[in-house]
Design a binder for this molecule. Sequence first.
Ligand SMILES: Nc1ncnc2c1ncn2[C@@H]1O[C@H](COP(=O)(O)OP(=O)(O)OP(=O)(O)O)[C@@H](O)[C@H]1O
Ligand SMILES: [Mg+2]
Length: 254
Amino acid sequence: MLLKVENLTKQFEGLVAVSDVSFQVGAGDILAIIGPNGAGKTTVFNLISGILPPTSGKILMQDEDITCLKPYQVAQKGIARTFQTTALFDQLRVLDNLAIGYKLKTTTGFWSTIFRTRGWKEDRDKCTQKVLEVLGFIGLAEKTYSLVSTLSQEEQKRLAIGIALMSDPKIILLDEPTGGLIQEDTDSITALIRKMKKTGITVIIIEHKMRMIMDLADRIVVLNYGEKIADGPPEEVSKDAAVIKAYLGGEYIA
Ligand SMILES: Nc1ncnc2c1ncn2[C@@H]1O[C@H](COP(=O)(O)OP(=O)(O)OP(=O)(O)O)[C@@H](O)[C@H]1O
Ligand SMILES: [Mg+2]
């Protein structure tokens, strides 16, 4: 198991947003986290990525306890994420947004940057190489010099994934990567996620689009009011009575 979440709880004053949640993700798998609005899905991502400390519980990556690490330390361990609302610099070019993503990983400091040391140059070359690789991978090579504000919504979603890929993550957390997209665009993002899986990246995805998730996920965790109510392969979860009741308003998932 690459990542284990054990008895994770997050309380915000009176509200228990995540309540005693445990799950595991195998290397190279796609795990989907689903559940109604306010179920605690994004909070789980905030806990894993170190943005929020849990009230209790543990997060283990390859059996190493990463529960209390800062976001940049979690990123260095190989966990990258995207946000539910896209957080891009829209007055900068596609290229610049990706280069900023690389900064997370770089080790060159202030003085080596000022004096243009060998380390700095090597770092710059590596960054350029990585930008080109990621641009190709996300299919945005033609938009390298475009301002983000001129991109379509779907292209912006690709770019957000690209920024996360700049740090060579082992695990990528995608928070509703197709939110607000039409079906055709959803399909192209789904294809990109499959492509990531093929390269060996482990994916944890929060999504509301059931058909997409049924098709894409190896495993599904269902949250409801902060609690895990189901966990299993798609065909099992889609037949689970508690899931149908809580999430699908009694309608069977087709
Ligand atoms: N920083 C915070 N402070 C206080 N309450 C919070 C905070 N973050 C989330 N919450 C609350 O925790 C609960 C879970 O929120 P969360 O954003 O994790 O839900 P979600 O499952 O991602 O929902 P959605 O599908 O709408 O994105 C909600 O009631 C929310 O208002
Ligand atoms: Mg959310």
